[in-house]
Design a binder for this molecule. Sequence first.
Ligand code: SF4
Length: 193
Amino acid sequence: MKQKDPHRQLEKLKNKVLGCTECPLHQERNLAVFGEGPWESRIMVIGEGPGANEDKLGRPFVGRAGKLLDRMLEKQDLSREKNVFIANIVKCRPPQNRVPHKKEVETCFPYLREQIRLINPEIILLLGATAMRSYWGSLDEKVSDIRGKWHREAGRLVMPTFHPAAVFRNRNYQEYIEQDLNTIAGKYRELRR
Ligand code: SF4
């Protein structure tokens, strides 16, 4: 059930994130990246962390991988302008785009948990191994083994898929991501009926 005034709480949380100095990642960031999309989005997409473009603009997924993600979402009539909230596991860019350390993830994760609580999405899509492992604490499975499969938890449907940046290493990944987005869009429409 939607809560009464999550918007105000989200604004407060956003301001907290923008000024956060809780972990060492704040030292080299330019801008913290809270995430973007309608507050009432029923779908939430979660990536690893901001890269150089995101750090510069304070927006998630605005580089090459982000543009690809936008195009793939658009094909399914989904977008951050209409119905998808896009966020990351850590809100500040790890130097040289390294994978965030366990401690950094642990320190930042309560922000994401609170975003999920307040936005209250029905569907969560995890992009890539870091997002998947950070979200579930630890997990031995590979994304390739469990992508495209629903995981039910706390009234939500969660699905991992590949990170769109993987497509630039191997074009075949795009087909898998598009299949998974198609499944997500189908479920989204089913839940709207
Ligand atoms: S990564 Fe998260 S915990 Fe670390 S400084 Fe940024 S907002 Fe704070």
